[in-house]
Design a protein around this ligand. Structure first.
Ligand code: WT7
Length: 654
């Protein structure tokens, strides 16, 4: 954290809405998977609680001997045990007679559909795994995946898991440079990609980004390319293989490889406060347990539910709650390729009606976007099948919560506001439907077995009604095991600020009833549409442009995306500011990192406010971006700078 980072101010709107309580409906309580006893049971002996579920929920090739080895900050769960994740997500369901049950109802944006049963998945996953083996992938080798939301994406992940080859999925919206950076960090051997996909009625090519990335990735030996769009793309002989060639001709028999509990299942890269993304490392048994138990309990999953997590699999939400959690629970999921407004703003509600979706899990940014379009869109559809609604990615403001409750949930379906992170792997703070009385805007309480606390700057618990830093005080099964290749950075980033505790990077408040209210990130990381983007990464991308001398980036409050990226740019002496250059710079960031990081606002400034030690004072820049009265300027080296910037503020254009 930088010196000038401060706790975000308490959200006044949250405090005002606190008075509204939503107790569970008795009819829901009577059938709920969750029970209040779970808390007491887990509290009495958290290791025994997780061990019991690990024995019951996971099919082991070899039972584990030790529940937890905790050598702070390094955890090992269920050591001595062996298992295969793909077997647990697919094969065992087929063996138990669920082969014909639908695993995914897939819906392409243009309207094409595919249905995959668990038996289909077993076949396709085995073939894809055999194709990886043909390309020389062995247990332990890393495989990069860069794909749109098509069925081959979960198939590819499971194929990796089947042979014990850790995957790293790179979100399809990321740039070639982001892709090559991640491939090089983990030394991936094979890339699985596609010619492209559909988004907002347009064809979005991927293969040319992949090619650009592969020009700079010495460890990649081969690629597999799914044909989604059907156009000619450049295929490099001896390197690139069409999926329909190399996968389709394989045998559908591929025995799952049993790996140790702590075998690496995947890496997922996430932003921190430095420019270099961190490879968050997740392992096998604990992760599978954490994802599957929370999925079943938090969403009240029943065998005939139609469950839809509307995230992209490229983020951790998709890993845990589109792929591993739901499949381990033999759940039928919806998977939708495209945008919520294509062809019109009722696309989601049409899908809910057509497929009788019973559980929907999405982000506040989507809810706010729907809110903006008005209630007529959902009102035109039969949404009465919906019985649980979830929210994830950022704090949900009470207005959006209430809108979701009334217009999507028919004032009937409980809402679970779930707090967690790429690092936590599983939901950690959430209501339990049928148990928890909710308050709009509060993620309520830690999941059974999770020890969360709110502490002050010295690490002491704050009293009820107080605010501070969110920490976790004991390990949990799906927790990250480290940052790939950098144990020191793992320790520094998460365990050093408050010794003995995991610091999540979020501010939180606990009200007088003990409810937790998440207040956003306290470091220099923005939350744009529910995704973490570091200010440093965007700054590096700007400075990478030949016209830019220096840049500072902050998050500005945004009605739809939560935060929008606001960039302050100092040009090199011989360059002139212009609207055209501003557009160019914004595009440059989109090119270097991906469209999600494109600054919404960009202002040319002659100077930046700095402390005497030379640190950019983001707090002041945030004030300027928000048009607020300036906070404390006593540490500012040159007080005149802010006025000069203010005089320039006419030039911030979207
Ligand atoms: C950060 C983690 C977890 C999957 C999506 C994002 C914020 C997440 C909530 C919530 C308030 C939330 C936090 C967290 N966040 N869920 N329910 N209420 N804030 O994963 O990219 O790793 O981001 O998202 O700030 O630290 P991620």
């Amino acid at each position: 954290m930088s010196d000038d980072s401060v706790l975000p101010p308490p959200e006044i709107e949250n405090l005002l809405a606190e008075s509204r309580l939503f107790p569970p409906d008795p009819a829901f309580v009577a059938q709920a998977n969750a029970s209040a006893e779970m808390y007491a049971e887990a509290e009495a002996d958290f290791e025994a609680f997780w061990a019991k579920h690990a024995r019951e929920r996971i099919d082991w090739s070899k039972p584990f001997e030790t529940t937890l080895e905790w050598d702070l900050p390094f955890a090992k769960w269920f050591t001595g045990g062996e298992l295969n994740v793909a077997y647990n997500c697919v094969d065992r369901h087929v063996e138990r007679g669920l082969g014909d049950k639908v695993a995914y109802h897939w819906i392409g944006e243009p309207g094409d559909t595919r249905t995959l049963t668990f038996a289909d998945l077993q076949r396709e996953v085995s073939k894809a795994a055999n194709a990886l083996k043909e390309l020389g992938v062995q247990t332990g080798d890393r495989v990069a995946i860069y794909m749109p939301m098509i069925p081959e994406l979960p198939i590819a992940m499971l194929a990796c898991a089947r042979i014990g080859a850790p995957h790293t999925v790179v979100f399809g919206g990321f740039s070639a440079e982001s892709l090559s950076g991640r491939i090089n960090d983990c030394g991936a051997k094979v890339l699985i990609t596609a010619d492209g996909g559909y988004r907002r009625g347009k064809e979005i090519g991927l293969k040319h980004h992949a090619d650009e990335a592969l020009a700079d990735t010495p460890t990649i030996e081969a690629s597999i390319v799914v044909r989604r769009l059907g156009h000619d793309v450049h295929m490099v002989p001896d390197r690139d293989h069409w999926w329909h060639d190399i996968v389709d001709r394989q045998s559908d028999d591929c025995p799952p490889v049993a790996v140790e509990s702590e075998h690496m299942l995947y890496l997922l890269y996430t932003s921190g406060t430095t420019a270099k993304p961190k490879g968050i490392l997740h392992t096998t048994a604990g992760y599978l347990l954490g994802a599957s138990l929370t999925h079943e309990v938090v969403f009240d999953i029943k065998p005939d539910d139609v469950y839809w997590c509307a995230a992209d699999i490229g983020w951790v939400t998709g890993h845990s709650y589109i792929v591993y959690g739901p499949l381990a629970n033999a759940t039928t999921s919806i998977m939708y390729e495209g945008a919520p407004d294509t062809p019109a703003w009722d696309r989601w509600w049409q899908i809910v009606e057509d497929y009788k979706v019973s559980i929907l899990y999405c982000a506040p940014t989507a809810i706010r976007a729907f809110m903006k379009q008005g209630e007529a869109w959902p009102a035109a559809h039969d949404l009465t099948t919906l019985r649980v609604l979830g929210s994830v990615g950022e704090p949900i403001n009470p207005e959006a919560w209430l809108w979701y409750h009334e217009n999507i949930g028919g004032s009937r379906a409980p809402i679970v506001d779930t707090w967690w992170q790429t690092e936590t792997g599983q939901i950690l703070i959430t209501p339990l439907p049928g148990v928890t009385t909710t308050k709009p805007g509060s993620a309520t309480h830690p999941f059974p077995g999770i020890a969360a606390d709110v502490v002050d700057a010295d690490g002491n618990s704050v009293p009820l009604g107080g605010g501070g830093y969110l920490v976790l005080k004991r390990p949990w099964p799906a927790m990250l095991r480290g940052i790939y290749g950098d144990p020191e950075r793992y320790h520094e980033t998460y365990w050093k600020r408050f010794p003995g505790m995991y610091f999540a990077g979020d501010g939180a408040k606990r009200d007088l009833d003990g409810y937790l209210w998440l207040l956003g990130r306290v470091d220099d990381v923005m939350n744009v549409a529910g995704h973490r983007i570091s200010t440093t990464e965007v700054e590096s991308a700007l400075v990478d442009h030949k016209s830019v001398a220096e840049a500072a980036v902050v998050g500005k409050k945004d009605e739809v995306s939560g935060q929008a990226i606001f960039a302050f740019v100092i040009l090199k002496a011989d360059r002139e500011p212009s609207d055209a250059l501003a557009v160019q710079l914004r595009e440059h960031v989109a090119y270097v990192i991906g469209p999600i990081a494109r600054p919404k606002f960009l202002m040319f400034v002659p100077d930046l406010p700095k402390t005497r030690s030379g640190k950019i004072m983001r707090r002041l820049l945030r004030d300027i971006a928000e048009g607020r009265v300036l906070g404390d300027t006593t540490t500012l080296a040159d007080v005149g700078v802010v006025d000069t910037i203010r005089e320039h503020s006419g030039s911030a254009e979207e």
